[in-house]
Design a protein around this ligand. Structure first.
Ligand SMILES: Cc1cc2nc3c(=O)[nH]c(=O)nc-3n(C[C@H](O)[C@H](O)[C@H](O)COP(=O)(O)OP(=O)(O)OC[C@H]3O[C@@H](n4cnc5c(N)ncnc54)[C@H](O)[C@@H]3O)c2cc1C
Length: 391
């Protein structure tokens, strides 16, 4: 076998959920695509509840359905968020319901492993050339293509190279975009529980007076998945607790809203970082997903933004008309323009909320709680706030 494969339209570097969705969408539009990752790409299904779950917006559920991946998920493992209740750190509340907004669900809770498997199946079916176990070593550019070389000597050339390789993107660095993620000083502690009382499809979120945010998301049956965005010291303390004490802390932090909790998936912690870039494109290169933006998980929008990138890039390339070259600057500029506004808006909202609720000044505490209650009484404003998260 030659160590240099024939040139493709697009080489997607990174097979996380966003890279997989992009590769499948591009191949379905008739482009020749290679998808490369250092990992095994497919995750083994253990049957346990995955500790990584995502709240997928209705708009992205439709995108995944168009790719054929949504239909591949077992409906017994998906939960609808039918309503949401947010509590401020001085008792103010804000509630949303899917019914009020004319939607079947505000979002759908899906396990990462299952979604990854469903997307991989569709990538294969669409004809994506999937390369697993390949660590990136070198990116070289010519006028007409980019070539991604792997540490094991294989290399892949494409008219366009897409960095879908996460927050610490190697491709972003190799393309000379040197912005670094900024630490929130918090970690996302995630775990799954069985609960005593039914959750009725309600997601609950508490903005805490220590600057952290606790979210309880419904899983099927009497189960929930939590994301506790906790200041570093608290996150370390929570991770070190024996499981019985951990479940008691989580139950108490949520006001025992669902009665007693039983841990069903042990906790894991992820550092939370923000990333904002001046541009997401360069010569024959585009960035998607966390490689292009890092947002606080308090609104559950990171992978949703990434799917938005994938959808936008795939549609720009599919509709390229007489421009045969998938890496042509005019197409990359079109993609960057299409994504600039939604990415900036989501960044501003999530970053703003993380800072507003992270600040300790008493007047800010009054202001933010007053703001939550005021929005709760204004259906038009509530709707305007909720709609971007549904796309
Ligand atoms: C606690 C927590 C909760 C969250 N909850 C939500 C939620 O409810 N909803 C939501 O929308 N988002 C959520 N997010 C955000 C979400 O996890 C990310 O936005 C999403 O996983 C990013 O996907 P990605 O495909 O862009 O990157 P990644 O998942 O990071 O994938 C990158 C891929 O690139 C590969 N790669 C990287 N470097 C190399 C290299 N050098 N060589 C070869 N391969 C490489 C990796 O192996 C990996 O497969 C949450 C995040 C956290 C931390």
């Amino acid at each position: 076998m030659s160590d240099r494969a024939a040139s493709r339209d697009v080489v997607v570097a990174g097979a996380g959920l966003v890279g997989l969705a992009l590769a499948a969408a591009l191949a379905r539009a008739g482009l020749a695509v290679t998808l490369v990752d250092r990992g095994p790409v497919a995750a083994a299904d253990t049957g346990d509840w995955d500790v990584r779950v995502y709240a997928i917006s209705p708009g992205n559920a439709s995108f995944l359905q168009a790719l054929g991946a949504w239909q591949g998920l077992s409906c017994e493992r998906i939960a609808a968020i039918e309503s949401m209740r947010i509590e401020g750190d001085a008792g103010a509340t804000l509630s949303f319901s899917a019914y009020e907004l004319g939607e079947r669900a505000l979002a759908w809770i899906v396990e990462e492993r299952a979604l990854r498997a469903a997307l991989l199946l569709q990538a294969h079916a669409a004809g994506v050339d999937v390369v697993a176990g390949g660590r990136f070593a070198k990116l070289a550019w010519s006028v007409s293509e980019g070539t991604l070389a792997l540490e094991d000597g294989r290399s892949y050339a494409g008219r366009l190279v897409v960095g879908a390789d996460g927050l610490n993107s190697w491709v972003r660095h190799a393309a000379g975009i040197l912005a670094e993620p900024r630490d929130y000083g918090q970690q996302g502690v995630v775990a799954n529980f069985e609960c005593e009382h039914a959750h009725h499809g309600c997601a609950r979120q508490w903005f805490r007076d220590d600057g952290g945010v606790l979210a309880w998301l419904p899983l099927p049956g009497r189960r929930i998945s939590i994301v506790w965005s906790a200041p570093d010291a608290l996150a370390r303390e929570l991770m070190a607790l024996p499981h019985d004490e951990f479940r008691e802390r989580v139950a108490a932090a949520g006001g025992n809203a669902l009665g007693a909790l039983k841990l069903i998936t042990p906790p894991a912690a992820f550092p939370l970082r923000s990333l904002r870039l001046p541009t997401s494109v360069a010569h024959r290169m585009a960035l998607v997903g966390d490689a292009a933006h890092g947002v606080h998980p308090l609104a559950g929008q990171g992978v949703n933004l990434g799917f938005g990138d994938a959808q936008a890039l795939a549609s720009v390339l599919a509709e390229r008309g007489p421009v045969a070259d998938a890496g042509a600057p005019v197409l990359l500029e079109r993609f960057a323009r299409r994504r600039a506004e939604p990415v900036l808006a989501m960044h501003t909202v999530t970053d703003g909320l993380a800072r507003l609720f992270g600040a300790r000044a008493p007047w800010l505490r009054t202001l933010r709680n007053g703001g939550l209650s005021a929005v709760d009484r204004l259906p038009m404003i509530k709707r305007a706030l909720a709609l971007p998260a549904l796309r």
